[in-house]
Design a protein around this ligand. Structure first.
Ligand SMILES: *Cc1c(COP(=O)(O)O)cnc(C)c1O
Length: 374
């Protein structure tokens, strides 16, 4: 039996990932921040849909010092393949998972003395200190020790936990505007100063995500956390770094139907042919992670021509109007989204049409489409 491979995909709907784009983007970010700033590569949500396991080695070879994920499950998957790489979980993990995390040398984010004590106990049992990054809430109000005297009081308790190594401390910007970012930054500096006064020191103090690391060089501190940017998804406004989109989502026409003027297509016949035309069926749907609300708005590119998705998008298939590409045939490639070449929409355009952001478009890509790396 043939193995599932690049040469033998079991389905025509695939996600192509350009590893050289990922490598170049990472190297350009590395170059931008300079030698004194570490880069953590955010590969949560399966590497923003690109496939975390497959891209991690490329990121590490191109200058990432650390991989950052949201959950322990994501961290453990990477750990199985990368036994020595630093892996930071930026979210909180359940108490019941602390000893597992410590045993697998996963760096955890801590935002309460209560959980720090539990982790300290777990590390003591293992006989090996656990690395942590302290999260400070400077105003985002998601997670973090409060950035005030009470927070400081709680944090001072960490000094009595000898099995924890406070490698890092970080916060997260709301990115409302310059003034509000500045307030958060100053809050962070305030608590850092107070903690250093009472004997804490941190290898990594970090605040900036992709947008902040480009737009606010002064907030890069010891490390930046780059996500969107390594995939070539740009969000910056003031600064600049050269990056290009690494992902192309594509499929092939699997069926063509001729329909007469007035005939309906898909559930509820929400679309009816305004004139005689040909309908191409594509084997992708919302279960692959394409937004269902793009019906009536989404387009794909076939032979360099934009073809509208017509009728309701199904779970596994959808239909496009081939009116403007009379020579289209079964087996023709349809680019669902790519880097904007060949008339295909790019991820920015898809996210605007879907009323969301670029990160959500790629993070929602499911495991079903095979990833092909080149
Ligand atoms: C995901 C994440 C990032 C990376 O965000 P981008 O905007 O994609 O760069 C940075 N910091 C934290 C805490 C995150 O959860």
């Amino acid at each position: 039996m043939e193995p599932v491979s690049e040469a033998f995909p079991l389905r025509d709907t695939v996600i192509r990932v350009d590893l050289s784009a990922i490598a170049e983007n990472m190297a350009n970010i590395r170059h931008l921040v300079g030698p004194n700033v570490a880069v953590a590569a955010a590969v949560k949500a399966n590497g923003y849909g690109h496939g975390a396991l497959a891209i991690a080695p490329t990121l590490l070879e191109s200058g990432a010092s650390m991989l950052a994920v949201a959950s322990l499950g994501e961290a453990l998957e990477l750990r199985d393949q990368l036994p020595d790489c630093p892996i930071l979980v930026m979210g909180l993990v359940p108490d019941t998972c602390l000893s597992l995390a410590a045993a697998r040398r996963i760096t955890l984010t801590i935002d309460s003395l209560r959980q720090a004590r539990l982790l300290n106990d777990a590390a003591k049992k293992l006989g090996r200190p656990a690395l942590i990054h302290i999260k400070i809430d400077t105003g985002f109000h998601r997670i973090g020790f409060p950035c005030n005297e009470e927070g400081l009081e709680e944090l001072s308790g960490l000094r009595e936990l000898p099995w924890l190594v406070t490698e890092g401390i970080f916060s997260h910007l709301a990115l409302l505007d310059d003034a509000s970012n500045r307030i958060q930054y100053e809050q962070f500096l305030w608590i850092l100063g107070r903690l250093e006064e009472i004997g804490f020191s941190f290898r990594y103090r970090h605040l900036a995500d992709s947008i902040a690391l480009v737009d606010y060089p002064e907030y890069r501190m010891d490390m930046v956390r780059a996500g969107a940017l390594i995939y070539g998804l740009k969000g910056f406004h003031k600064g600049f770094v050269s990056v290009r989109q690494a992902l192309t989502f594509e499929t092939k026409i699997c069926h063509i139907t001729s329909v007469k003027k007035g005939e309906g297509v898909s559930y509820d016949y929400t679309w009816r042919a305004p004139e005689d035309t040909r309908i191409g069926t594509l084997p992708f749907g919302y279960a692959d992670g394409y937004p269902r609300n793009l019906r009536g708005k989404g387009v794909v590119s076939i032979r360099g021509v934009r073809c509208p998705i017509v009728g309701v998008l199904c779970m596994d298939q959808c239909m496009v109007d081939l009116h403007d590409v009379p020579d289209a045939e079964i087996g023709d490639t349809a680019v669902i989204y790519g880097d904007g070449s060949d008339a295909a929409p790019d991820i920015q355009e898809i996210s605007t049409l879907a009323g969301t952001n670029k990160n959500e478009i790629v993070a929602r890509l499911t495991a079903r489409p095979q990833r092909i790396y080149y």
